[in-house]
Design a binder for this molecule. Structure first.
Ligand code: PEP
Length: 257
């Protein structure tokens, strides 16, 4: 099953509008030349409007880093799926920083994924175990639970929309922003032995083989190719290294093979 490589940059809470404009102007020429990869930039909410204008007419997608699940309402400080869908095609859901600092649960992840799909957005659904869970030998249980609950109740939608309608990112929490990535083999094993089997349980074998599963956690220009050499790993969700134009372009080039 051919799965188009996918690389997304999660800018987190970095870049003002002016800084975002500058970074995008540096990224566009290099990224546009790489056809073989689906490329997505996820700036902060405040820079989305400017980013959408700069990316118009390119093949570089725009994503948000979070959203609420309700379409509108009295939710001060929140942004709705309708608002995101005006500007973006993608949205990151359930990033570990959201789970750790903002109380996101498998239930809120599931609501957000359902809401994103209903608006025609492609959710990038993040899963991954903490260091404590990893050391306690709980990786399989935690990751399987996050995939199962985060993607529950979606079989009808995915049957219609197809395996490309969402992306999963395996991001072990201990590897995010630490400069201590997982080994490529270790990450591939989690994808092969835990994530795809749960996807098969939820959506059937064919769909499970078609879903792009990314690795995230301290990916940089030096180590990216090792991850992409693993057949099970279809790309990367990149944090810190996505803020440097030349490095992010090199990562996307590595994904093109
Ligand atoms: C992330 O934010 O999803 C991430 C993987 O961060 P970093 O690449 O900085 O580890």
């Amino acid at each position: 099953m051919m799965r188009k490589p996918f690389v997304a940059g999660n800018w987190k809470m970095y870049k003002t509008v002016a800084e975002a404009r500058h970074l995008i102007s540096e990224l566009v020429p290099g990224l546009q030349a790489i056809d073989a990869v689906e490329k997505v930039l996820c700036p902060p909410f405040t820079a989305l409007l400017a980013a959408a204008a700069l990316l118009e007419g390119t093949d570089i997608g725009l994503g948000a880093q979070n959203m609420h699940w309700e379409l509108s309402g009295a939710y001060t400080g929140e942004i709705s799926p309708v608002m995101i869908a005006e500007l973006c095609r993608y949205v990151i859901i359930g990033h570990s920083e959201r789970r750790t600092y903002f109380g996101e649960t498998d239930d809120t992840v599931n609501r957000k994924v359902q809401a994103a799909l209903a608006q025609g957005l492609t959710p990038i659904v993040c899963v991954g175990e903490t260091l404590e869970e990893n050391e306690a030998g709980q990786t399989a249980d935690v990751v399987a639970r996050q995939v199962r609950l985060g993607l529950s109740g979606l079989s009808g939608v995915i049957e219609q929309a197809g395996a490309g309608a969402f992306v999963v990112a395996y991001e072990p929490v201990w590897a995010i922003g630490t400069g201590r990535p997982s080994t490529a083999q270790g990450a591939a094993k989690v994808v092969r032995e835990i994530i795809r089997p749960v996807l098969a349980e939820l959506f059937g074998d064919m769909t499970a083989q078609g879903v792009r599963v990314l690795y995230g956690g301290s990916v940089n220009a030096k180590n990216a190719a090792e991850f992409f050499a693993e057949a099970e790993i279809d790309g990367a969700l990149v944090g810190g290294a996505s803020l440097k134009a030349a490095e992010f372009i090199q990562i996307v080039q590595a994904a093109a093979g």
